[in-house]
Design a protein around this ligand. Structure first.
Ligand SMILES: C[S@@+](CC[C@H](N)C(=O)[O-])C[C@H]1O[C@@H](n2cnc3c(N)ncnc32)[C@H](O)[C@@H]1O
Length: 255
């Protein structure tokens, strides 16, 4: 379902929140670090660079993404593996668990966070970032097209996973005995190229939709969506402004 090349088209924009997240992870010299939903692995490599003495794992359910990650520059660490985060077994207790733009693909965040926290060593940190743009015009436009009779029934089972409000994440994590820092940021990306917002969505949000539709209906879907996105996000001479809100949580296991 994932296309590493399409996803990487807006690499810089997608990297930025990872750096903002990592800036709040105050762990000096961890020995075990994991990147959950590591995608093409370039951010996992940055973790390995920041903590060169740690064993770093990159875990992703997509074999295409993990293959792309393994093709990157050879390093003793990280170790990439194909696994579903819902049932990934960490080889050891982890000092840092990072997840950038991935947990929103999984259901039932309360249970998921419980399982992730159980993988943390005492003093370990869970840091994740998820998009919070589900009410943005981009998603409303996608929903408009999804609701058209020729797409609606096929797409009914393809659900979007909502992310929770920050106080909800905080209450679950405080309840598990962690300390929590949480915030939200809206980035104004200025995307280069023609139909830039469509290209952005083709790298992520539209993956499951187009996979369900098949090639012919996908073309129809994309061509129906294209003018709607042009209207909602008019291109400017300097690029297409695309506001994008993301939620961040950094939680530390105290004992
Ligand atoms: C938007 S990409 C983010 C990739 C990377 N973290 C980054 O920031 O560049 C989301 C990734 O989550 C992975 N993913 C989605 N659901 C997953 C699951 N249940 N288990 C493991 N990985 C999953 C996808 O395969 C994809 O590579």
């Amino acid at each position: 379902m994932w296309d590493p090349a399409q996803y990487s088209r807006f690499r810089d924009e997608r990297k930025r929140p990872f750096f903002d997240l990592l800036a709040r992870v105050d762990v000096e010299s961890p020995t075990q670090v994991a990147d959950l939903g590591c995608g093409t692995g370039d951010l996992t490599r940055l973790l390995a660079r920041r903590w060169p003495s740690a064993q770093v794992y990159g875990v992703d359910a997509s074999s295409e993404m993990v293959e792309a990650a393994r093709r990157g520059p050879a390093l003793a660490s990280p170790r990439f593996e194909v696994a579903d985060l819902a049932d990934w077994r960490a080889p050891a207790l982890l000092d840092v668990l990072v997840s950038n733009a991935a947990l929103h693909w999984l259901p039932d965040h309360e249970a998921l966070l419980g399982r992730l926290v159980a993988k943390l060593a005492p003093g370990g940190v869970l840091a994740f970032q998820v998009p919070a743009n589900f009410e943005a015009p981009s998603h409303r436009r996608v929903d408009e097209v999804r609701a058209l009779p020729r797409f609606a029934s096929v797409l009914k089972p393809v659900r979007r996973r909502p992310v929770e409000a920050l106080p909800v994440y905080a209450s679950w994590l405080f309840g598990l005995g962690l300390t929590v820092e949480a915030w939200e940021t809206t980035y104004l990306h200025v995307l280069p190229g023609e139909d830039a917002v469509l290209a952005w969505l083709l790298g992520t949000t539209l993956r499951p939709v187009l996979a369900a539709l098949g090639p012919e209906a996908s073309r129809d879907f994309v061509e129906t969506l294209r003018p709607l996105l042009r209207e909602s996000y008019p291109a400017q001479p300097y690029g297409t402004p695309f506001p994008f809100t993301r939620r961040f949580v950094v939680a530390r296991r105290v004992t």
